[in-house]
Design a protein around this ligand. Structure first.
Ligand code: ATP
Ligand code: MG
Length: 415
């Protein structure tokens, strides 16, 4: 079945669907009379913006205490401050957030004035990073508005999105409804301007606004949809899935380092198998990694290799789930991703390094694979036969041996 005939709603692959999350009961904006003064002023904050508030008692213990500290200090100093984005989405879906981001009405300079351990970073959009122990960073971003209300170029590609705005504008500039929820820590409410809570309950990925417009503005969002669907086991709304497919060629216009970063994220977070499967099914893989798409499309000529390819991604996912996200070196992840096609390309060649180089050349070009990584991949592949044969290898190659050993383990390739 070609991607064009793919089912409209992305079918889940498993029968044992997770039950919809147990959401706290929500309520719509209450009547004015039952508000005490403090609550009323909070309610008036976003009057007339189409806000729906949901009571949602998120587990305090799951919220990063330093992020909470940042929010409370900003609020105490008269600014609005909320936990936003991925962390709220993950908490509502029962996951463990990777990091906690804060959105605020305070300008970066205001944030810096309130926190000694603070750096203002970024030129395109300035953000405050508040630094805590053990390298923890809480990102504090000033509310920004959608570039749609600014001057938008003919081709819709966003080039400048650094204009400060209001909380609701900051919610609506985001990509998916489930990523646009704000959490008011003190009032224990989720602030929702775009129906995100409903989509959380339905476990569905939906763009804020017209999908084809949002994907044209930033084609990397297509990959983000795949990432969230795979990682959080969510469905993708039919119209969104259609737009992902019809705008897949736009990925070629996206900045290559951003695309490359998303490829790494597919591999790093415990859902490599599902991510690559969705990419392939949606016809995105042939644009992203044509060599790999060709390998999978040609399954009939090497069914065992293809079966092993999926098993290797499963092994990566099992390892990541037990050792934590990003617990495998990027060079190992990429070697595993290309392991079967690479083995095929170098079978029966005497100069393995060269054969690996010939295979990787176009890949390097296509996805801007950093030199450091392609070098490691070449060296890992070169050393594998010796490792398999149990031959002693020189000590100065220690780091490569460690990486190559992990590759052997994950590839189940002790043959
Ligand atoms: P992860 O758990 O992978 O970090 P995330 O949703 O937190 O997922 P980030 O890349 O950290 O993703 O971005 C933080 C938030 O910024 C998102 O939740 C989303 O609201 C917004 N965002 C990120 N990338 C985009 C984009 N390309 N277009 C619009 N909004 C975006
Ligand atoms: Mg994040």
């Amino acid at each position: 079945m070609g991607p064009e005939q793919a089912p409209l709603v992305m079918a889940r692959q498993k029968d044992d669907l997770p039950a919809p999350p147990e959401l706290p009961s929500f309520r719509v904006e209450p009547s004015e009379d039952d508000l005490d003064h403090r609550k009323r002023s909070a309610m008036e904050r976003h009057a007339g913006t189409g806000l729906v508030r949901h009571d949602a008692f998120l587990d305090e213990a799951a919220i990063d205490p330093d992020a909470a500290k940042v929010v409370r200090r900003l609020e105490r100093n008269g600014f609005q401050a909320y936990l936003v984005g991925g962390c709220i989405r993950d908490l509502l879906l029962g996951g463990r957030p990777k990091d906690f981001d804060v959105a605020t009405s305070a300008r970066p300079e205001d944030v810096r004035a309130l926190f000694r351990n603070c750096r203002v970073i970024g030129r395109r959009f300035r953000l405050a990073h508040v630094l805590f122990g053990q390298g923890k960073v809480i990102e504090v971003a000033t509310f920004r508005k959608s570039p749609q209300e600014l001057e938008v170029e003919e081709d819709l590609l966003i080039r400048n999105d650094n204009v400060f705005g209001e909380a609701h504008e900051d919610a609506l500039r985001r990509d998916f409804t489930i990523n646009a929820l704000f959490y008011d820590l003190d009032r224990r409410q989720v602030l929702d301007w775009c129906g995100g809570m409903e989509d959380i309950a339905k476990r569905t990925i939906r763009t804020i606004g017209e999908p084809s417009v949002r994907f044209r503005e930033d084609p990397v969002r297509i990959l983000r949809a795949v990432k969230f669907a795979a990682r959080l086991d969510l469905g993708i709304e039919a119209a969104v899935y259609d737009a992902m497919i019809s705008h897949r060629e736009d990925l070629a216009r996206a900045a290559r380092p951003r695309v490359f970063e998303e490829i790494l994220r597919f591999m790093r977070q415990g859902a490599a198998h599902r991510s690559v499967w969705i990419l392939w099914e949606a016809g995105l893989l042939s644009i992203l990694l044509p060599e790999l798409a060709a390998f999978l499309d040609d399954e009939e000529s090497h069914p065992e290799r293809v079966a092993r390819f999926w098993q290797q991604l499963d092994a990566v996912d099992r390892y990541t789930r037990s050792h934590g996200p990003a617990s495998i070196d990027d060079a190992v992840l990429l070697t595993i991703l290309f392991y079967e096609p690479l083995e095929e390309a170098i079978a029966n060649t005497r100069d393995r390094i060269r054969a690996v180089g010939d295979f990787l050349g176009p890949v390097v070009e296509h996805i801007a694979l950093p030199r450091r990584l392609s070098d490691s991949m070449r060296r890992i592949m070169a050393i594998l036969p010796k490792l398999r044969a149990g031959r002693v290898v020189r000590a100065r190659q220690g780091e490569i041996i460690t990486l190559a050993t992990r590759v052997l383990e994950l590839a189940g390739a002790k043959r």
